[in-house]
Design a binder for this molecule. Structure first.
Ligand SMILES: [Zn+2]
Length: 246
């Protein structure tokens, strides 16, 4: 195997390894959609539960305000017998009116909050029961994924081993160049050269990563296993004469 072949395979192996690791860290592709739906629905239920808790808090506060106001009202009513002037009497009645309004407003607020809380509770119940089927499906898929995981782990271990072997086959200078490129290009350090339709009877080639032209002379050198970089994106070029050419 030429150095170029090793580099191309190393690039592919590292990409597959990265994909396997990403899969192990997260949710597999085939679960992505279900996962989104599942977490979306869970968030909706939690949102509704939060609304219910908020309504309960408002209700408790309103009820506390009612009982405070009722105590105040009782005190005022006891004071009625103690007033001596018409003026004091008038002022006290005004206070009593005010506190009665306070009671009424808070009672109404408590009732409204209780209704809101009950509505939210019912909503949560409906949502939870609607959610059951989806949740079960999700738990089943998760279990399936857990079963698949060891296989993916094994694949990742093989890929890692293969990458180490390939790294040993490539001269050190070329390897570090490749590694820098691999990092800079976010994991795609090589690019295939393909032939384009003839232009004025001459074959044209370009880099599939950036579409920049590749000189025919470069093709000849590539087929001898020489290392060439794309003039534009600097990726290491490779060419498979039989691929995609009629
Ligand atoms: Zn390029």
């Amino acid at each position: 195997m030429s150095d170029l072949d090793s580099i191309v395979e190393l690039n592919k192996t590292l990409q597959e390894l990265a994909a396997a690791r990403q899969r192990l860290d997260g949710i597999p592709d085939w679960m992505e959609e279900l996962h989104e739906e599942h977490s979306g629905r869970l968030a909706e239920i939690e949102g509704e539960e939060a609304r219910r808790a908020e309504a309960e808090k408002v209700r408790r506060e309103a009820e506390a305000a009612v009982s405070d106001a009722q105590e105040k009202l009782q005190r005022y009513q006891l004071q009625i017998s103690q007033v001596t002037t018409q003026r004091e009497y008038g002022a006290l009645l005004k206070e009593i009116d005010g506190v009665k309004t306070e009671i009424k407003e808070n009672e109404e607020a408590a009732v409204a909050a209780m209704e809101a809380s009950e509505e939210a509770e019912q909503q949560v119940e409906t949502m939870r029961s609607d959610f059951q089927e989806l949740d079960q499906r999700y738990q089943d898929e998760l279990a399936k994924w857990e079963e698949e995981k060891p296989g993916v782990e094994e694949t990742a271990a093989h890929l890692k081993q293969r990458a180490e072997e390939l790294k040993k086959e490539v001269p050190r200078g070329l390897l570090s160049l490749f590694q820098r490129l691999y990092e800079r290009t976010n994991g795609n350090a090589v690019a295939e050269v393909v032939r384009l339709p003839m232009v004025k009877g001459n074959p044209m080639y370009h880099c599939t990563a950036c579409n920049y032209n590749v000189r025919p002379q470069t093709l000849v050198e590539l087929s001898r296993g020489q290392i060439h970089h794309c003039d534009s994106c600097k990726r290491i070029l490779y060419y498979k004469p039989d691929a995609g050419e009629a």
